[in-house]
Write a protein that binds this ligand. Structure first.
Ligand SMILES: [Fe+2]
Length: 179
């Protein structure tokens, strides 16, 4: 089961858990209302996993690669880490499947509060186009993740404010229906 919670307001190291006190856990149903989809898979068999294949087929996640985020493996590490943690959106879904290590995706809820989603080995997530979000490693400082995409990947991130994009407007309209 996915671990997610509302964040505190502390400006300390983003790699710390930043759980609000008292604790306010967030469940799958609430994430779903934000358009966030989640699957638990067996990461040890990602190369030959019928469950993964089924998701990819049904959702047209045709493209994929594998990225390792840690100081030793990622070129321009410091710069990239900073970039990942800037609040931003994309015009397409962001799909990640953690094969090893761990990290946090933070997403804004319908009232603009941060929800932190703890991603570890076997967790796969889709963030909808137009949702404001960010990513950070946790104290392990290491994640290996599959990046999936519908068609040819576009990595462009639009830092907030980016409210004028149709993808954002569509997302806000979806929130109004579900949240
Ligand atoms: Fe992103």
């Amino acid at each position: 089961m996915v671990q997610a919670w509302y964040m505190d307001d502390s400006t300390e190291d983003p790699r710390l858990p930043h759980r609000a006190e008292p604790a306010r856990p967030v469940g799958l149903e609430q994430l779903r209302r934000l358009g966030v989809l989640y699957w638990k898979l067996d990461a040890d068999r990602y190369e030959d996993d019928p469950e993964l294949e089924k998701i990819r087929r049904e959702r047209n996640y045709s493209w994929m690669d594998i990225i390792t985020i840690c100081r030793e493996k990622l070129p321009d590490y410091e710069e990239k880490i900073k970039m990942f943690y800037e609040e931003h959106l994309h015009l397409d879904d962001e799909i990640r499947y953690v094969l090893d290590g761990s990290g946090y995706f933070d997403v804004r809820d319908e009232e603009d509060r941060w929800i932190r989603i703890a991603m570890e080995k076997g967790d796969m997530i889709t963030l909808p186009a137009g949702i404001y979000h960010r990513f950070t490693l946790d104290e392990q400082n290491y994640v290996k993740a599959m990046r999936l995409f519908v068609g040819d990947p576009v990595w462009t991130a639009y830092n907030r404010p980016a409210d004028h994009f149709p993808a954002r407007e569509q997302y806000v309209a979806l929130l109004a229906q579900t949240a």
